[in-house]
Structure formats: structure tokens, C-alpha cells
Design a protein around this ligand. Structure first.
Ligand code: SF4
Length: 394
């Protein structure tokens, strides 16, 4: 009998909410089918799902050869026969001009609906020197945009340096030759650090773009969520961001159907979304996660069908806001990073778009043969839909 063409098939899973768990399990079942066809010898699953359900998963999917949790990187490397050590270099799956830089792991917040703190553990920052070394290595491979991620980027540094030091990290990374853009994701609104705002306003390498999940606006729901911020302070923060960083592009996420979200609270949320006019907004329907404070103390009181209806209503209002925002950009000229070249069209992003979550700027050009992925070009926006923009190269 012939050996399977692949030794290992590895799945990095997500166990955050119901939909993500379902998607992860379906992917692993695809792997089980691949193993059954004789395409692969060993099936390995790691990440949050296996961490969260380490007692249950092995008996549920016995075809998997090895399960490792989100914090078991060294045991996983040993299983694969690689030396267990600190990572000193990264292999990029799809070389592009951008890369994600994970600045910390874990979370010390205790949002009542969220399972991440007990999946990922307490907040641990990566030392600045290590991040600088990683950034330099990425730059040497052609990366010029670094997307800073963590469970809560604004918490960065507290465990290592005794204070929050995201602003200092931005300064140090922007001093590296070859770093052109720094983009902040997953920032937490409560006590948003003023020095980070200053960086966004005055450091030309820090994108005037902020991903800041707000989750809701109603005091009652925010209180149930344990977000430690209220409606007035949320509004004040959004006003301050728009005032101090003119032209800032704000991305947020909202949860609909959270316990305590009655008709009045949902109407408040809709009014806020219409008023704040976030350039980008994503939303989820609440799903009760076992082990969380919310699951033990709050009644999941919005029926699933109503959650879905609210989600659709919210996203339909946001679709109009996004379309109007995109249309307002037609005629403007922007500097964009070329992410890809597909059938002679350049797939690009300005500082206002983050990869994967936001739309793209699709550039027609007669010079596609000369285009280089990872380079910057100037374009004029010529058209817009709800997600993407079209443009011509200047
Ligand atoms: S800040 Fe984010 S990761 Fe941390 S508990 Fe809240 S929702 Fe979860």
C-alpha cells in the first residue's frame, strides 16, 4: 500500500463563540475525511477549541491523532519532531506587504460574555525588543505594514513595564527603516490611552485607523457585559477620536441580542450607529458560552430568531452608511499598498482599509506587468460600492 502523500494535517482552531466552534469542527471533519481517503497520515488539532474542550474533544473525534491547547506550542513542536524553542523567525504563508504582529497574549478583562480569558490565560506582553526583532525580520522579507493585534492592544506593557506602553511601542516600531504603516486592532474603549491618540494624530507611520470593539451603547447592556464604560463615556471617546485625529477611519463591532437588550436598548443601539456613522462595523448575535459569568448569571432572554432579525436590521443600516462613506471618497487621490495582482487588476488598500475585514481598492492599470506586490502607488478613486472601491493608477 502506498504511503499517504502528506505526513501531517494541522488545524489551528477557534473556540470563541458558537459559529467559530462550528466552523472549526467542520474543518476538522474535512481532515477526518482526508485521512479516511488515505491523503494524510496524522491529523493534529491545536488552538482554542482543543484548549477549551480538552476533556471532551478526543472522544468526540477519535480519528484525530493529537490534540494540543492554545498554549501548547512547544509540546506540539516536539510531536512534529521540531526543536522546541522560542520562535526566532516566521514563515509567511502568502508573502504580502503586510503582516500581523501579535504584541501580547491573553486578557485580564472580564467581559461577562467572553470565554477568551480562560482559554488564553492572563495577559502577557511580548517584550519590545522581541517585537522590534520580529518587525525587522518581516521588513527584510518585504513587509512594510504591521498590523498590531492582541486580545486587548491598549493593555500592552502593563505586566512587563508597570504601565501601558502601546504608544512607546508604536514609536519604537516606527523608527525601524522600512516600516511604513502601523495599524492598531482590538483596542479596548475604557480608559483609552491619550498618548496612543497622539501617536495616531502626529506619527505619520501610524494609520489614522482604529479598530475599537464597542459591543453596545445602552448603559443597561454595557453594565451586563461588564465593560466598565457607559454610554456617555463611549460617545465622548468617539467624539474625541474624531476631533483629535481628523479623518480617522473607525471600525467597531457590536453584539446584538445580549441579555438585557430589550426593544428600547436595541433602538438605542440603532440610533447610536446612525449617529456615530462608523466607517466600518461588524456585528454578532449573542451566543451564551458555558463557563462565562454571563452564562451563569444572566438569562439568555432574546429568542434566536429575534437576534437574527436585529442583526439583519443593524447590518442593513450599516450597509447604507458604508456605501455613503465609500461614495464620498470618489474623486479623491490616495496612496495604496499593492496586496495582490489578479487578472491584471491591482488589489490594494489605503491606510483606511485593513486586510480581510475591510473592503479593497481595485485598481485598473495598463502597467500591471510592472506592478510589484508590496509596493505603494498613488491612485484616484473612481467608483464605490458598499464594500469595495475602484480606482485608476496615477
Ligand atoms: S477584552 Fe476582549 S478578549 Fe478580553 S474579556 Fe473582553 S471581549 Fe474577551
Amino acid at each position: 500500500m502506498q504511503d499517504p502523500p502528506f505526513d501531517y494535517l494541522l488545524y489551528n482552531t477557534c473556540g470563541f463563540i458558537g459559529d467559530a466552534k462550528e466552523e472549526s469542527i467542520q474543518a476538522v471533519l474535512d481532515g477526518v475525511r482526508a485521512k479516511g481517503r488515505g491523503d494524510v497520515s496524522n491529523l493534529v488539532v491545536f488552538g482554542c477549541l482543543s484548549q477549551r474542550y480538552e476533556a471532551q474533544m478526543p472522544s468526540l473525534i477519535p480519528e484525530v491523532d493529537a490534540w494540543y491547547g492554545a498554549r501548547d506550542l512547544n509540546p506540539l513542536l516536539r510531536y512534529l519532531g521540531a526543536p522546541a524553542s522560542k520562535f526566532t523567525s516566521r514563515l509567511q504563508e502568502n508573502p504580502r506587504g503586510y503582516a500581523y504582529l501579535k504584541i501580547s497574549e491573553g486578557c485580564d478583562r472580564r467581559c461577562s460574555y467572553c470565554a477568551i480569558p480562560f482559554i488564553r490565560g492572563a495577559h502577557r506582553s511580548v517584550p519590545m525588543e522581541d517585537l522590534e526583532a520580529e518587525a525587522r525580520q518581516l521588513v527584510s522579507e518585504g513587509v512594510s505594514e504591521l498590523i498590531l493585534i492582541a486580545q486587548d492592544t491598549t493593555f500592552y506593557g502593563l505586566d512587563l513595564y508597570g504601565r501601558r506602553t502601546l504608544a512607546s511601542l508604536l514609536e519604537r516600531l516606527s523608527a525601524i527603516d522600512g516600516v511604513e504603516r502601523l495599524r492598531i486592532h482590538y483596542s479596548y474603549p475604557t480608559d483609552f490611552p491619550d498618548d496612543v491618540l497622539e501617536q495616531m494624530a502626529h506619527n505619520p507611520k501610524v494609520c489614522k485607523y482604529l479598530d475599537i470593539p464597542l459591543q453596545h451603547i445602552s448603559d443597561r447592556v454595557l453594565d451586563n457585559m461588564h465593560r466598565h464604560i457607559d454610554s456617555a463615556r463611549t460617545r465622548a471617546l468617539i467624539n474625541k477620536l474624531r476631533e483629535k485625529v481628523p479623518g480617522v477611519v473607525l471600525r467597531t463591532t457590536m453584539i446584538v441580542g445580549h441579555p438585557g437588550e430589550g426593544v428600547k436598548e436595541f433602538a438605542e443601539l440603532m440610533d447610536f450607529v446612525r449617529e456615530a456613522r462608523f466607517e466600518r462595523l461588524g456585528a454578532f448575535a449573542y451566543s451564551e458560552e458555558e463557563g462565562t459569568w454571563g452564562a451563569g448569571h444572566l438569562k439568555d432572554d432574546v429568542p434566536d430568531e429575534e437576534k437574527r432579525r436585529r442583526l439583519e436590521e443593524l447590518m442593513s443600516v450599516q450597509a447604507d452608511i458604508s456605501l455613503n462613506y465609500n461614495r464620498s471618497r470618489v474623486g479623491s487621490t490616495v496612496r495604496v499598498l499593492v496586496d495582490d495582482i489578479v487578472n491584471g487588476t491591482l488589489v490594494c488598500r489605503s491606510e483606511g482599509e485593513s486586510p480581510e475585514v475591510d473592503g479593497e481598492i481595485l485598481v485598473s492599470t495598463t502597467k500591471a506587468d510592472e506592478a510589484i506586490i508590496g509596493s505603494y502607488i498613488d491612485v484616484r478613486i473612481t467608483g464605490a460600492d458598499e464594500y469595495d472601491l475602484t480606482a485608476v493608477q496615477l
